[in-house]
Design a protein around this ligand. Structure first.
Ligand code: PEP
Ligand code: MN
Length: 337
């Protein structure tokens, strides 16, 4: 249930409503906008009489949220959320590009790629250290060593970093080495992991599961937010369909849909979304045109020798050229790169 307070309601009047609800045992999440405050009541509200709330001073409107996701919904938080990491903002008018190899493969290679992507305009360095591979016989990532190299390379180039967390017990390591924790498609419904990530104070990039509906994806975000971590970035990475020419089908339509349903930033990953290098470029452009706040892109200095996902990794020169085009597209949708 949502309680929309009247414009410019004094703080003490808002607090009074929060206190009355807490006394009844409800958890109250607050969204403070420029002029309006919205209170989200979490818990079983079936016995809560909306008229009781409606009569309280300062209350403008009380309504039940029809969507199953509450705190992730735009009804709860009408303004778009902007996630700040130092000077960087994700979810605003500046497109944020996260680029780098699928996996961190070694100190020298990640340092080289970091230089290349930074030069082309990326702001965040990606690189997996714990890899969810389909086959247990394939490269599983360098673990902590990989995280160390990633951090070193990112810091050397003045970039932020992102890497995947696969298990709860890896969270402390990720917190030590990276700025954003990535939840992979395969873990989107790992609810115990999501709950733990709700307790941390760093942004979480939540990939859409390969067979997840938009609603299921937003419910996964709700798991994180409802534990207190509102810094969730959604990432469309393609869903599995009957199509065989691509690895996945990048659902670009989910970008405007999610933006209507939710206040959370949404970015696209055309690398996993298509799985084919030559298709990554047009789909990256299309994602920005569709309103994505950023991109996650696999770039490798020598894709044929990559230990994972080489066939979908861009060559540095392709990435550089793409960034120039994205700059033009960004301006056409009132953003900058
Ligand atoms: C990745 O980003 O390298 C990755 C494994 O992605 P996904 O979880 O989308 O498959
Ligand atoms: Mn990959």
């Amino acid at each position: 249930m949502l309680v929309v307070m009247e414009r410019n309601t004094p703080e003490r009047v808002i607090q009074e409503v929060v206190t009355r609800l807490s006394e009844k045992g409800f958890e109250v999440h607050r969204s403070t906008g420029v002029t309006k405050t919205v209170l989200g009541i979490i818990g079983d509200t079936s016995d809560l009489n909306p008229d009781w709330l409606q009569m309280m001073p300062g209350v403008q409107k009380v309504h039940r949220i029809s969507e199953p996701f509450k705190l992730a919904s735009r009804s709860f938080h009408p303004d778009s959320s902007v996630i700040k990491i130092g000077d960087l903002e994700i979810g605003g008018d500046k497109i944020v590009v996260m680029a780098g190899p699928c996996s961190v493969e070694g100190r020298e290679s990640i340092t080289e790629i970091a230089k290349q992507v930074r030069k082309a305009g990326a702001l965040i360095l990606r690189g997996g250290a714990f890899k969810p591979r389909t086959s247990p016989y394939e490269f599983q990532g360098l673990g902590e060593e990989g995280l160390k190299y990633l951090k070193e390379a990112a810091e050397m180039e003045g970039l932020l970093s992102i890497s995947e967390v696969m298990e709860i017990n890896q969270i402390p390591l990720l917190l030590e080495y990276v700025d954003i924790l990535q939840v992979g498609a395969r873990n989107m419904q790992n609810y115990s992991l999501l709950k733990e990530l709700g307790r941390i104070d760093k942004p979480v990039l939540l990939k859409r599961g390969m067979a997840a509906t938009i609603e299921e994806w937003l419910m996964a975000a709700e798991y994180i937010i409802s534990r207190g971590n509102f810094k969730v970035i959604l990432c469309e990475r393609g869903i599995r369909t009957f199509e065989k020419y691509t690895r996945n089908t990048l659902d670009i339509s989910s970008i405007p849909i999610v933006q209507k349903l939710s206040h959370l930033p949404v970015i696209a990953d055309p690398s996993h979304g298509t799985g084919v290098r030559e298709n990554v470029i047009p789909m990256a452009k299309a994602s920005i045109a569709a309103g994505a706040h950023g991109l996650l892109l696999e770039v490798h200095s020598d894709p044929p020798s990559a230990l994972s996902d080489g066939f979908q990794s861009l060559y540095p020169h392709q990435f550089e050229k793409l960034m120039k085009k994205l700059d033009i597209i960004a301006r056409a949708v009132d953003k900058t790169l």
